[in-house]
Design a binder for this molecule. Structure first.
Ligand code: GLU
Length: 444
């Protein structure tokens, strides 16, 4: 990293010394753009970098709600409106015990870069709460969502800030959140994406992130190796919304899913996993062990990390940030993995992409690989603005086109940098260029 950027990072570090997730994503970004810094002589005077790495606004609020035992519980709610340079603030809401400001600032920054890469008119944001939806009744979840929205509603709007789901926020939570928003704001304009189809959602939105991951994998396999997903042995972690749909699409494209995981363990089946059954197990919130009742010859491991020790060609981590360590990545490569496609937001620890690069293997960073979800969110916004709903094929075709643009953009940028195996750097540079140009034109 050059001196100017080192100084900017040092100041940020002094200001937010405890926010390690946020600091680490800014660090990766600054390192990536370091070698093109001198191509933009006005960066320093215009304070471009300082303005890009700090969120526009952070809203923090109290979320009191009544549980089924009639006891009042108080959680904390957040919305990090990171940047609206390219369009309305856009990004998911996460409900998870681990939610704190550092994680949301990291995710908001990543979302800003990701949304820039889509080439769509989308700003970046992230929000959520330390509320844990696990083991809560439907009514508890509804009361929590309504209390959360009692504050959030005044900060969002179809042209201001459009939230969506994320970890812990699926179709049910989106329904309760948006349902309450409509009442409070007295509008029906789709200020939320990932909505149910009956009240304004888009077809393919639930599948979009997982499908997008497979589409970009196909473009990459084709470009680098003249291959496709057909016949590849694939590992998928997480088995939530992203993982399940990635598994269905990969299978449809001819891949053999040899390993899948959830927090309840891992299933390995070298002859191909029954994804339908895994999906049912997940919907019923059961342990992966149940898979063995139907397929006694499959293998079960209780530690989710053991997934990465299975022999396969493609790894698609779809669970959570930092789920893949350097040791896991070494196992993967020893076992024949030729491509890692990040389905979750930054599921690999920083050293992992370096290892793939050194071994001249494909590594597609999340800001490119999982951008299909937010892209179809924009298509949902398009449909809401015109009060129409599109058919499935049209949305799917557009999604494929967007993923192809993203892939070509990062691949060509990497080619220009003389390193086609560093798509992480290429993605950061491509995102940065668009944000820089908009920021410059829009003034201080
Ligand atoms: N939470 C998703 C993401 O990380 C989707 C965001 C959206 O659709 O706004 O990209």
């Amino acid at each position: 990293m050059n001196n100017e950027l080192s100084l900017i990072y040092e100041n940020l570090n002094n200001k937010y010394p405890t926010e390690k997730e946020y600091l680490s994503s800014v660090y990766e970004f600054l390192t990536s753009i370091s070698e093109i810094y001198n191509d933009f002589p006005d960066l320093g005077d215009l304070g471009i970098i300082e303005r890009l790495i700090e969120p526009d606004r952070i809203i923090t609020f109290k979320v009191p709600w009544v549980n089924d035992q009639n006891k009042v519980i108080v959680n904390t709610g957040y919305r990090v409106q990171f940047s609206n340079l390219l369009g309305p603030y856009k990004g998911g809401i996460r409900f998870d015990k681990s939610v704190n400001l550092s994680i949301l600032k990291f995710l908001g920054f990543e979302q800003t870069l990701k949304n820039s890469l889509t080439t769509l008119l989308l700003g970046g944001a992230k929000g959520g709460s330390d509320f844990d939806p696990a083991n809560k009744s439907d009514l508890e979840i509804m009361r929590f969502c309504q209390s959360f929205m009692n504050e959030l509603y005044r900060h969002i709007g179809a042209n201001t800030d459009v939230p969506a789901g994320d970890l812990g926020v699926g179709a049910k939570e989106v329904g309760y959140l948006y349902g309450h928003y409509k009442k409070l704001a007295n509008v029906s304009n789709g200020t939320f994406t990932g909505k149910g189809f009956d009240y304004g959602g888009s077809l393919i939105r639930p599948e979009a992130t997982g499908y997008g991951v497979c589409y970009i994998a196909e473009f990459a396999l084709n470009k680098y190796l003249d291959k496709s997903l057909n016949g590849q042995k694939v590992l998928i972690s997480g088995s939530g919304n992203v993982g399940i749909h990635a598994a269905f699409k990969a299978k449809e494209l001819g891949a053999i899913i040899v390993g899948m995981s959830s927090i309840t363990g891992v299933i390995e089946d070298q002859s191909g996993i029954d994804v339908e059954l895994i999906s049912k197990i997940q919907t019923n919130k059961l342990s992966f062990k149940h898979h063995l009742e139907t397929y006694p010859d499959a293998k079960y491991y209780s530690n989710p990390r053991d997934l990465w020790k299975i022999k396969a060609n493609i790894a698609i981590p779809c669970a959570k940030e930092n789920e893949v360590s350097l040791t896991d990545a070494k196992f993967m490569i020893e076992n024949g993995v030729i491509a890692l496609i990040e389905g979750a937001n930054k599921p690999s620890e920083v050293e992992v992409s370096k290892l793939f690069e050194e071994n001249k293997l494909i590594f597609i960073p999340s800001k490119a690989a999982n951008a299909g979800g937010v892209s179809v969110s924009l298509l949902e916004m398009n449909q809401n603005a015109s009060h129409l709903q599109w058919d499935k094929n049209l949305v799917d075709q557009k999604l494929k086109g967007i993923m192809e643009n993203i892939f070509n953009n990062i691949y060509n940028t990497a080619l220009k940098n003389n390193n086609i195996y560093n798509l992480t750097k290429a993605a950061n540079i491509a995102s940065f260029k668009r944000l820089y140009s908009a920021m410059k034109q829009l003034g201080v």
